[in-house]
Design a protein around this ligand. Structure first.
Ligand SMILES: O=C(O)C(=O)C[C@]1(C(=O)O)C=C[C@@H](O)C=C1
Length: 430
């Protein structure tokens, strides 16, 4: 049996900085990053012909190059100062407007009544990326994370790109390093993942799909470690919450500590040879990092499912030949019973809501602009996120949103996308 080795205690919610076996995309500062490389320039200079690990490293380097170019004032790659219009692979992006919302018809914002003007592109028919490579899907975490499994479920055979933080996964898509991002938004046990709702608002990506992933947690430790030796269990806060009762039932006398992702917890234990620490993570993480499964299926409910959304730079064209869901976010001025009126716009049209979430938004103004790009910062007390079961191609949904717009001061359609119709079943092994 191995002896215990001394270690430094890990403070809760700390981000671990240890040697990683898998390179991950590193954060860049979103609001300072305005230079972008299109996929052509990327594949020509960085990606093609390299191993996956080399390619991922180049991604990280590409991201930091972008920052340093911006910081050193080199605008030649397409960046610019405030108000500069960057050309992103032929798409014009007014970088100053990244966090702005245009006041005007909702149809302008999402082409509700004018779906036709936007020409179809090859991506409307096929998930295959324009650069001819595999679809590149950014996720938060390291290999073995549930988000990686969700990427694989949503896009079989994709090239999953690990990212340090959710913010980085957004940036990877915005900077054309990835084609899609997958983002966990809610769990059947733990509830909403609030931070990701805030990120959806801060960024300009579109929800193009959803996927529900049964989450089957295991308790992992170094080979030879028994549960009596454990002082501490580390994992993603959602995973800790999903296993809270079971950890107590197992009779473990352990502290719980939160880390960035489940698989990262497993990797950390292996990299630091921690004999008194266990991780809550997937069986795949155990295999990848050489840990043993001490207990299997430790989620408090066997129907433990996490819902992920897939994000892309462009929205998909909504259809009516299969069930669609639409996600919106809105805010209203105080004291007008607007929420009741908004909800009635859906109720009168027999549109079912699958989710409603409110997020405090007091301290973060939104700048509303008109067609002439003139506007002012506006504070809203709360942002409301609503998912409803209808496609934006349906007249009833278009009418409902036209009405909602009358009662709200801010409205954005986050996406209209095919519903994941997979029935929720007990979580099997991932
Ligand atoms: O840490 C991971 O493995 C993740 O993919 C993140 C995450 C989450 O954010 O909810 C995803 C699914 C599970 O619910 C637990 C954790």
């Amino acid at each position: 049996m191995q002896a215990f080795s001394p270690y430094s205690p890990v403070p809760a919610f700390r981000t671990f900085h240890h040697r990683r076996s898998f390179p991950r995309l590193l954060p860049v500062h979103f609001f300072t990053v305005q230079c972008v490389h299109g996929p052509e320039s990327f594949s020509a200079q960085n990606g093609v012909g390299l191993s996956r690990a080399d390619w991922q490293s180049s991604c990280a380097i590409l991201a930091s190059n972008v920052v340093s170019q911006q910081q050193s004032g080199d605008l030649s790659a397409g960046g610019g100062g405030a108000g500069h219009v960057a050309s992103v692979n032929g798409h014009k992006t007014n970088v100053e407007n990244l966090n702005l919302v245009r006041i005007g018809k909702i149809s302008d914002a999402y082409n509700i009544t004018k779906l036709q003007p936007k020409p179809l592109t090859i991506t409307d028919f096929s998930p295959a990326p324009m650069h001819g490579e595999k679809l590149r899907v950014a996720y938060q975490g390291v290999p073995g994370a549930y988000s990686e499994a969700a990427a694989g479920k949503a896009y079989p055979n994709c090239d999953a790109i690990p990212c340090d933080q959710f913010e980085v996964a957004f940036q990877a898509v915005e900077l054309w390093i990835a084609d899609r991002a997958v983002l966990p938004v809610e769990n059947s046990l733990g509830g909403s993942i609030h931070r990701n709702y805030d990120l959806l608002l801060r960024h300009r990506l579109h929800i193009v799909g959803e996927v529900q992933l049964p989450v089957h947690h295991c308790l992992l430790a170094l080979p030879g470690v028994r549960k009596e030796y454990l002082n501490r269990v580390i994992s993603h806060p959602q995973a800790l919450a999903q296993c809270e009762l079971t950890l107590t039932k197992l009779g473990l006398n352990v502290t719980r500590e939160a880390v960035d992702d489940t698989a990262g917890a497993a990797e950390y234990i292996a990299a630091n040879n921690l004999l008194d620490t266990a991780a809550i993570a997937s069986a795949r993480a155990a295999e990848l990092y050489g840990l043993q499964v001490i207990a299997d299926g430790i989620q408090d409910d066997s129907n433990n499912v996490t819902r992920f959304v897939m994000l892309a730079r462009d929205p998909i064209i909504p259809r009516t030949d299969r069930p669609f869901k639409t996600s919106i976010v809105f805010a209203h001025d105080k004291g007008t019973s607007a929420l009741f009126k908004v909800l009635s716009a859906f109720a009168f049209r027999n549109i079912s809501l699958t989710k409603i979430e409110s997020r405090p938004h007091r301290n973060c103004p939104i700048r509303l602009v008109d067609d002439a790009n003139v506007g002012t910062a506006k504070h809203f007390e709360y942002m409301f996120y609503v998912d409803f079961e209808a496609s934006m191609a349906e007249t009833r949904a278009q009418n409902a949103l036209a009405e909602v717009q009358e009662f709200t001061s801010f409205l954005r359609v986050l996406g209209s996308y095919p519903m994941d119709m997979t029935p929720w079943s007990p979580s099997g092994r991932d």
